[in-house]
Design a protein around this ligand. Structure first.
Ligand code: GDP
Length: 729
């Protein structure tokens, strides 16, 4: 059976109008895993009996134990509509918010998303997050309202109430989509409408679903569903109106083919010239020209080594091809190309544009890389993550002899998961891993390093990651080179919020055409002359050249940028990364002789100018803050609220549904250590809770100095507050 399936898949790969690349996304526990298994079961990938019992896509043991899907795996399946076969490439998306990065990366590879919402709970915080990620990547959503059986058998609602309740869920999702993407809601007609068939209702657990079109075919409407459920006759219902058939029909009808999708999506995810040859090939998903492949996941396979999985937007991949890898000077040779079915890779001779491919041999690629036969190809936009690393642990090999293996493992882990940052503390020599939360770091150390690679490690307790920024304007500040012959005069000011946001959400990027860049900045309130000078963006920091007609400046700019980056990578306050700083280069004096304005002169001059300027501009330490959602029986509401408030927390919203209270609050990451145990104790174990990254915010004034000094001590720096004169003469 497996072989036959591969042959069918291979035939369909060449017919983009028959392909749908989709992801399933949901709030945790709303039924994404159960649904994925069901779809695979229905398409003959695993037997129907096993589907639902065997977590096909959760092949990682760790994930099964935790009951959450951590690795975004992918799988191809075949579905028939009106006698025609379609190839559905399903990318599994993780169900835990600590791994928000994986969701975003999976979204880059797909064109459509099935958003799953629990009929009883309705939309939840993560529903919003995943929907936002999908819309940001211009991925079209359809809706599956799951657990409809619970409305009937647990809530025991009346028959006539059913459409009303389900209608409310649809309205709410529509409201979210309209607010997040008002323009596309209209232009691309994103409205979810049961009558159109882009909403399905059903039960992933009991394997049935209905939609308005399916009701017309099978005669099974809400009334019949109600009766079947009440009678407990799920089996018959699932035979008459099977979930996989109804939902995949909707996928085929309402989610775009790669041909249609790339027309809409390329302008959003790629900022190169749309009229260039490669631009046209991308927009038309052309399989016959240059290759453009975006890596969205790297797996380390015990046999094949590193496997780069991603979306092929143009060209046809084959063994032996040389690809340029964005961000490196390297080319890599494709060693094999394969499609993935669950945990299994099946090698094929070729994969054409519009498909998801698993490629070996791309040694230099990391997640987010573009591999292309075009040299100097404009890379795809960096994949935006809603979350950022907020916690760090130091790791050490238990056995000294494992150190080289550990260093290699850390390098690989950072490649596989770009939300993991790996660093060395130069003062102490410790290896540091930063990630998006305690659970994320635990998975990295326990699964990725110890279980997968057999390296025993000792892990320090987690430490919070901070950011540095400024609170006011300062300058001009002079930075002098060691030989005194080169001088840089800069000012710094806080980045205006709209521009900061535009950089963060990808509306502004240096990959855009220069004219588009200026247009965006001017529309956000930047002066025309200033916008013209924008030279470099580093994180959310920007360098603007305000000088005119300075000799040798152009050829020196790369060194100036290097100096700026060195100063901002490890900020002057506590060596934490800097953000939101706008630097203007006001004047420059350069030695006439190139020998006297080399790297050893220019880099330290610019670096110290930026360090001194930041410290003169009300330097501010920012701490990561998380949203905290708690649901508890009403009797424990008071205790739960006190648990949040006691942690420098804020209550943002509270509501009750029946006996249940839902509390939405926020608290600094630094205060949330041990929250799991404390809230359990305070509510007799009755609280359900989760967190989501909210952003970086200034520390309260009275805490900043102490925390700066604590961080400095920990890093082996001088245990006092730094001053501008530490960096300037
Ligand atoms: P995920 O976290 O989104 O992957 O959710 P799961 O698929 O693991 O499902 C969470 C829980 O809900 C499991 O206990 C499932 O058995 C249950 N569940 C899933 N779908 C349904 C459904 O349609 N009806 C009912 N009653 N339970 C369901």
């Amino acid at each position: 059976r497996g072989k036959k399936m591969v042959e069918r898949v291979k035939d369909l790969m060449d017919k983009p109008e028959r392909i749908r690349n989709i992801g399933i996304c949901a709030h945790i526990d709303h039924g994404k895993t159960t649904l994925s298994d069901n779809l695979l079961g229905g398409s003959g990938m695993i037997s129907m009996d096993l589907a639902g019992k065997q977590l096909f896509m959760d092949f990682d043991e760790e994930e099964q134990a935790r009951g959450i899907t951590i690795n975004a795996a992918n799988v191809s399946m075949v579905h028939e509509v009106n006698g025609e076969e379609y190839l559905i490439n399903l990318i599994d998306t993780p169900g835990h918010v600590d791994f928000g990065g994986d969701v975003t990366r999976a979204m880059r590879a797909v064109d459509g998303a099935v958003v799953v919402v629990d009929a009883v709970e309705g939309t939840m915080p993560q529903t919003e997050t995943v929907l936002r990620q999908a819309l940001r990547e211009n991925v079209r959503p359809i809706l599956f309202i799951n657990k409809v059986d619970r409305l009937i058998n647990e809530l025991k609602i009346e028959k006539k109430e059913m459409p009303v309740r389900l209608g409310k869920v649809i309205d709410h999702v529509n409201k979210l989509i309209r607010n997040m993407s008002p323009e596309n809601y209209e232009k691309q007609n994103l409205k979810l409408d049961a009558a159109k068939g882009n909403v399905c209702f059903g039960s992933a657990l009991y394997k049935w679903a209905v939609s308005v079109p399916s009701m017309k075919n099978t005669g099974i409407g809400f009334n019949e569903v109600y009766d079947y459920c009440q009678a407990g006759n799920m089996k018959e219902l699932s035979q008459k109106s099977p979930l996989h058939a109804v939902l995949l029909d909707a996928v085929v009808h309402y989610l775009p083919t790669p041909l249609e999708a790339q027309k809409h999506r390329i302008p959003v995810i790629w900022k190169g010239d749309k009229d260039s040859k490669v631009g046209k090939n991308l927009m038309s998903c052309n399989p016959n020209e240059e290759i453009v492949f975006m890596v969205t996941k790297i797996l380390t396979d015990p046999h094949a080594g590193e496997v780069a999985v991603g979306r092929l937007f143009a060209g046809t991949l084959q063994r032996g091809q040389e690809l340029y890898i964005s961000g490196t000077a390297a080319t890599d040779r494709v060693q094999s190309v394969a499609i993935t079915m669950g945990a299994e890779r099946m090698e094929v001779e070729r994969i054409p544009a519009g498909n998801i491919a698993a490629v070996t041999g791309l040694r230099n690629a990391i997640v987010g890389s573009t591999g292309s036969t075009v040299r100097d190809m404009t890379p795809f936009e960096a994949i935006k993550h809603v979350s950022e690393p907020v916690m760090t642990v130091a790791v050490e090999a238990k056995n000294m002899k494992d150190l080289p293996k550990l260093v290699e493992a850390l390098r690989q882990v950072a490649k596989e998961d770009p939300t993991v940052k790996v660093d060395i503390n130069e003062e102490t020599g410790e290896h540091l891993i930063s990630g998006m939360g305690e659970l994320h770091l635990e998975v990295v150390t326990k699964s990725r390093i110890t279980r997968d690679r057999g390296i025993e490690v000792i892990t320090s307790p987690p430490i919070v990651v901070y950011r540095e920024t400024i609170g006011q304007f300062a300058g001009p500040i002079e930075g002098k080179s060691p030989n005194k012959h080169n001088r840089f005069y800069i000012t710094v000011e806080p980045m205006p919020q709209p521009i900061f946001d535009a950089i963060k959400n990808g509306d502004f990027s240096m990959n855009m055409q220069e004219m588009d860049r200026r247009k965006v900045l001017e529309s956000l309130g930047m002066d025309k002359d200033v916008a013209k000078g924008v030279t470099h963006v580093y994180g959310t920091n920007m360098l603007i050249d305000m000088t005119k007609g300075i000799q040798y400046l152009k050829e020196t700019m790369e060194l100036i940028i290097e100096g700026m980056e060195e100063a901002l990578k490890n900020g002057p306050l506590a060596r934490e990364p800097a953000q939101g700083i706008l630097i203007k280069l006001m004047d420059v004096k350069l030695h006439e002789d190139a020998v006297h304005r080399g790297p050893a002169q220019v880099i330290p001059a610019m670096r110290s100018a930026v360090q001194g300027a930041v410290l003169s501009a009300q330097p501010t330490l920012l701490e990561p803050v998380q949203k905290v959602f708690v649901s508890v029986p009403q009797v424990h509401m008071g205790s739960a609220v006190r648990e949040i408030q006691g942690r420098r927390g804020t209550i943002l919203d509270m509501k009750s549904e029946g006996d249940l209270s839902i509390i939405e609050g926020s608290a600094p990451v630094a205060e949330l250590f041990g929250f799991a145990g404390d809230i359990r104790g305070a509510t007799e174990g009755r609280a359900m809770w989760n967190t989501e990254f909210l952003g970086f915010f200034p520390l309260p004034q009275n805490l900043q100095n102490q925390i700066v000094i604590d961080i400095r001590k920990r890093k082996g720096l001088k245990a006092e507050l730094p001053k501008p004169s530490d960096f300037l003469e």
